[in-house]
Design a protein around this ligand. Structure first.
Ligand SMILES: Cc1cc2nc3c(=O)[nH]c(=O)nc-3n(C[C@H](O)[C@H](O)[C@H](O)COP(=O)(O)OP(=O)(O)OC[C@H]3O[C@@H](n4cnc5c(N)ncnc54)[C@H](O)[C@@H]3O)c2cc1C
Ligand code: FES
Ligand code: FES
Length: 484
């Protein structure tokens, strides 16, 4: 894996943009969207929200992982150009057929009347091209094709025609019959022929470069950038940045004994693809679907979620219930800290500025441990939580041996509910127990009224979600009647 090449004068960033290799010594914090539009004059990639919400700026990012060329969709309005280093970046111009024709993806959009003003259309087409290049889904279904555009918003056409176009694309992809993806999509002219040359070109690009890691301390540590580039967009452009996203030492998800150990730069999508995670949490895919959109999940790291310290960070709440530990390092000295002890006050952490998360670990749930995650937001998908919560319960026969409950949106920090968790120990499951633990949880939280709901609503919501945990995990003992 390539890290940035530092020269005496500048950081040189090199990548393939569509068909051509580009080299730039622009500040690596420059937003990729600006580089594409204003430095490369490729205006097909649109600027909508600049906050990762609309998908108008969607590009494909191809990189070699485990000897395979993999493409993911990402919103380039939140991506520093430094995170493009060593990769293949594909804009709508890189998808267009050479002549003045439409490719089958574009044709499907036209045939179904899936475009009106056209502003969102490049983003939809790029996301659908990403669907065609993805090996994730063994069978290309209409549902999977629609899921691939879950980060794209259209303000004028209406989604039914876009869904029909997505279904047509899935139909073509279904004729693949095990053929190698790039060969198939280029043969079908879904993507231009140059895509078949990218893998060897990326390999040459990687081989030709010194793998030097920028270990200079800077306070601007950047993972996927999905928080920093929303919060501090202007500041980031020229900031001295230490890039963590592609650092191989900070990636990877492995099992060692009964521990799951992973790098803080693992993304939500990396977790979704991990056999270790999927074996431990059978509903993981459902939980992940509640978090942002495909392009954001492809960029959002777990380390970034923890350090961002949002009181409603979904994966912070998920991992708080699991007694997760962090290994923090300043480059010389390492120390271990339970995630539960990281948060000292609103956005105040037990972490020195020079420390970064080097590793994250938690004990994998054994056969007697049950886990559940719940989130309620104003919209079911593509929205941050009003309240979220997770629970991990280890049983000893009919009795609870140990438990961990976390809750977000009900205080200034992502909360581990210490008293409620302790209270559950050595108790048997009953509806009475659920009422009692909710009462204790209510003494630990201090929600405030804001755009996501009144404080009374959030208290009620947490109570209902704790009931939902027990209904999901112990359906024989706790029924849905408890909710009313
Ligand atoms: C459209 C959109 C939707 C979103 N939806 C959700 C959602 O549904 N749920 C949710 O929880 N979040 C959501 N987010 C927020 C965000 O995507 C997550 O918090 C994400 O996990 C942040 O990770 P990142 O790598 O992008 O962070 P970055 O922006 O790169 O960094 C965030 C902070 O973490 C620090 N940091 C990163 N890695 C490390 C490390 N290893 N050590 C020390 N510090 C580090 C950075 O310095 C920075 O302070 C959304 C964001 C957007 C733009
Ligand atoms: S401009 Fe809206 S997601 Fe990038
Ligand atoms: S066609 Fe106008 S925003 Fe989608």
């Amino acid at each position: 894996m390539l890290t940035l090449l530092i020269t005496n004068t500048a950081i040189v960033i090199r990548f393939i943009l569509n068909e051509k290799e580009v080299v730039t010594s622009l500040s690596p914090g420059t937003v990729l969207l600006d580089f594409i539009r204003y430095h490369q004059h490729l205006m097909g990639t649109k600027i909508g929200c600049r906050e990762g919400d609309c998908g108008a700026c969607t590009v494909l990012v191809g990189e070699i992982q485990n000897s395979e060329l993999q493409y993911q969709s990402m919103t380039c309005c939140l991506m520093p150009v430094g995170n493009a280093h060593g990769k293949h970046i594909v804009t709508i111009e890189g998808i267009n057929p050479p002549a003045n024709e439409l490719n089958p993806i574009q044709q499907a959009m036209a045939d179904e009347g899936a475009t009106q003003c056209g502003f969102c259309t490049p983003g939809f087409i790029v996301s659908l091209a990403g669907f065609c290049l993805s090996d994730k889904d063994k069978v290309a279904t209409k549902e999977n094709a629609i899921a691939a555009v879950d980060g794209n918003i259209c303000r004028c056409t209406g989604y039914k025609s876009i869904e029909r176009a997505a279904a047509s694309v899935a139909e073509i992809m279904n004729k693949r019959n095990g053929e190698e993806t790039t060969t198939f999509v280029t043969k079908k002219k879904m993507l231009p022929g140059y895509f078949t040359t990218i893998k060897p070109r990326l390999q040459t690009l990687l081989n030709g470069e010194l793998p030097t890691h920028d270990s200079r301390f800077t306070t601007h540590l950047v993972g996927g950038g999905t928080d920093l580039y929303v919060q501090k967009h202007d500041e980031m452009t020229n900031a001295p940045i230490r890039f963590l996203f592609d650092n191989p030492e900070l990636k990877g998800i492995i099992q060692e004994g009964n521990k799951c150990i992973f790098g803080p730069s693992a993304t939500v999508s990396d977790l979704q693809a991990s056999p270790v995670i999927n074996k431990a949490f059978s509903a993981f895919h459902r939980y992940a679907k509640l978090v942002s959109s495909t392009p954001i999940r492809n960029m959002a790291t777990i380390g970034g979620n923890f350090i961002n310290a949002s009181p409603i960070g979904d994966f912070t709440i998920f991992f708080l219930a699991l007694n997760t530990h962090l290994v923090l390092s300043d480059g010389k000295i390492k120390r271990e800290l339970p995630l539960r002890n990281l948060y000292k006050g609103y956005k105040t952490l037990d972490k020195k500025p020079e420390e970064y998360i080097e590793q994250i670990w938690f004990e994998l749930p054994g056969k007697n441990t049950l886990f559940n995650f719940e989130k309620v937001s104003k919209r079911t998908n593509l929205d941050i939580a009003s309240v979220n919560t997770a629970i991990s319960i280890t049983m000893n026969g009919d009795e609870i041996k140990s438990a961990g409950i976390s809750a977000g949106g009900v205080g200034p920090i992502p909360m581990y509910l210490q008293k409620a968790s302790e209270f559950l120990k050595e108790k048997s499951i009953s509806e009475g127990l659920v009422h009692a633990v909710i009462e204790i949880a209510q003494t630990e939280i201090s929600p405030i009224s804001d755009t996501r709901g009144t404080k009374e609503y959030k208290r009620l919501l947490l109570g209902q979600l704790i009931k939902a945990h027990f209904i999901t995990l112990f359906p024989e003992m706790v029924t849905e009647k408890l909710l009313v």
